[in-house]
Design a binder for this molecule. Sequence first.
Ligand SMILES: Cc1ncc(COP(=O)(O)O)c(C=O)c1O
Length: 362
Amino acid sequence: MNIPMVDLKGQYETLKTEIDSAILQALGETRFILGPNVQAFDQEAAGYLGANHAISCASGTDALHLALLAAGIQCGDEVITSAFTFIATAEAIRYIGATPVFVDIQPDSFNIDPGKIRAAITGKTRAILPVHLFGQAADMDEILALADEFGLIVIEDCAQSFGSRYRGKTTGTIGAVGAFSFFPSKNLGCYGDGGMVATNDENTAAQVKMLRNHGSSQQYHHDVIGVNSRLDELQAVILRIKLKHIDEYNRRRLDVARAYNERLAGSRFQTPVIPEDRDHVFHQYTILCDDRDAVRETVLAGEVSCAVYYPIPLHRQKAFADTVQPELPVTEATAQRCLSLPMFPEMTEQQIATVCEAVLSA
Ligand SMILES: Cc1ncc(COP(=O)(O)O)c(C=O)c1O
């Protein structure tokens, strides 16, 4: 049995008839840029999240860039974030000429540790950018309290957390603005690149709408320098269909995580804590162990996939060699010890059992 990290083919097979016919219809309509499906998806996604506005764009990286621009972050500003994330989080900060300031994470949630943020705030700090890593919301109440105290903007990286909730609110609607990715392997993924910005603020929404379309809100009138970052119509068609199933997909991911936790309980592997005050949507299921590389090799030698997210924290990446390299002991230890196991809604009991056998035998 070959068990991949994500089985996109299996999911497509279950939606094939609906997707194929909707794609054919969109092809027939030939309204490929900011067409009717993009407009409908933006409304449906906002409705799902409970946000006043959702503005789709070309990728999650662009969503972060647009969110930072619309929030007014400028060259020379500092933005506090985590180093235990995909590079796009801090890359987008750099696009603007702002500086990412990396703060350590919590050992259990892998999210930014709010207790360590205060020490990183300087006169140049303008924003805090928490990442809801692996599908679990960061400690937003503590982050919002600090932001309030210091007059900072909170921008959420929700690339891995579509549908995840924190104390009743969906991620992406808690801070000033949220950025989502629809990369194919994400909880809500399209069949190419895609992203979205969500906000409750009308002015921020208007800014993002204008910025994603060459700084224009009226054809051939350009108020500011923007970018070309629009979700394409065919991706919107796919996302509209998948959005109807997102709660079921996320519930199923949680079931898979619970089954993994049960089977790995009592072993030497540290399994994820499933929190009570927030709905974890398990974009990744990540365990910790001291001999991670040996375990990884043994598991991969069989027919089970596994992966390391993330082996090199951002403050240790060459691309950020010019930023301050803080001591981040939890981040560094986690990067050495983390191992993500296959995770997708369609996983069967048999597949879960096979993955656990492979891990436990290592
Ligand atoms: C935490 C995080 N932020 C940002 C991104 C960027 O998203 P995209 O690949 O859609 O540009 C990703 C996805 O890869 C991510 O995992």
